[in-house]
Design a protein around this ligand. Structure first.
Ligand code: PXG
Length: 295
């Protein structure tokens, strides 16, 4: 049976779910979104994702036409109707349909709300065992003086250009630097190194405040490891004992090669593997139950 999607008040089969060609999300990338996962019938960190969605909306002066509770309920209802067990959920809110011209005041009908929820499993297949190869991209991360990387907006061209470059260079992911040459993040994931048992990731001003990133910092603390949020350069990456990326879609992806430098012994590191194991346990045992019988 075809999956349903939510579009401005209606649950429709995905093939009937449509928005206007004049939607400013389509015309100008004027909107925001979230990427959320469900594992074993539970939505992982739903409230943190909702909080980030509303924070992104505030940052772009967009008023989401539903309360946070209503959005939460719509997400749960869609997951219930689509029988989601292990899935990917994407709420999207755009400025809505309006005349040509980027002035948001042209969007007289108000914002468009779309929610997609579909089955999803592991992104990187056997790479969780073998490790990922990254290259540093020539595209620098857009600095917060221009657009804050903390806004999860519909403008992903900066990241897409970096991803295209990584694809062309035969890498699994691209590593992006800021204008000063400090490491920021991968194209859709945060980035960590492990050095002398210390778990280090760049401060959040230069990258998205990832929910998986926050979770990994908590897990590392529970493991009794020292964690740091500090700027570091490629020199620190090349000499790291271990490295990994974190993201809702990728989960925790061990990195074994950056710019043709082998990280550690070329296999996923011990600390990384321990964090991956704990993360898998956490996502399967916590989170908001989708089916009411489990509430
Ligand atoms: N940085 C960027 C630029 C992202 O887009 C992350 C870091 C990781 O954040 P979370 O909160 O997910 O740990 C992201 C998240 C997709 C997809 O469809 C992308 C993301 C999330 C879910 C799906 O490629 N990006």
């Amino acid at each position: 049976m075809e999956m349903l999607a939510y579009v401005n008040g209606e649950f429709l089969p995905e093939s009937d779910a449509k928005i206007s060609i004049f939607n400013h999300g389509f015309l100008y990338g004027d909107g925001i979104f979230e990427g959320i996962r469900a594992y074993s019938g539970r939505i992982f960190k739903l409230d943190l994702h909702l909080q980030r969605l509303y924070n992104s909306a505030d940052a772009i002066h967009l008023e989401i036409p539903h309360t946070r509770d209503k959005m939460r309920e719509l997400i749960l209802r869609l997951c219930q109707r689509n029988n989601i067990e292990d899935g990917y959920i994407r709420p999207i809110v755009s400025r809505g349909a309006g005349d040509l011209g980027l002035d948001p005041r042209r969007c007289l009908e108000g914002p468009t709300v779309v929610i997609i929820a579909r089955p999803f499993d592991l992104l990187y297949g056997d790479k969780y065992e073998k490790g990922l190869k990254l290259v540093t991209t020539s595209h620098r991360r857009v600095p917060s003086q221009c657009v804050s990387p903390n806004i999860k907006s519909l403008n992903y061209l900066n990241n897409i250009l970096a991803k295209i470059e990584a694809n062309m260079r035969g890498a699994d992911e691209g590593l992006m630097l800021d204008l000063n040459g400090f490491v920021c993040e991968a194209t859709a994931d945060n980035f960590f190194i492990v050095r002398n048992g210390m778990v280090v990731t760049p401060p959040r001003v230069t990258n998205l405040q990832g929910i998986t990133r926050e979770t990994v910092l908590e897990i590392a603390e529970e493991m009794g490891l020292e964690t740091r949020e500090e700027f570091f350069s490629l020199y620190d990456v090349y000499g790291a004992d271990e490295a990994f990326i974190t993201g809702t879609a990728a989960e925790i992806g061990p990195v074994v090669d950056v710019d043709e430098r082998i990280i550690g012994d070329g296999n996923p590191g011990k600390v990384t593997r321990e964090i991956m194991g704990r993360f898998r346990d956490l996502v399967r045992t916590t989170g908001t139950p989708i089916q009411e019988k489990r509430l």
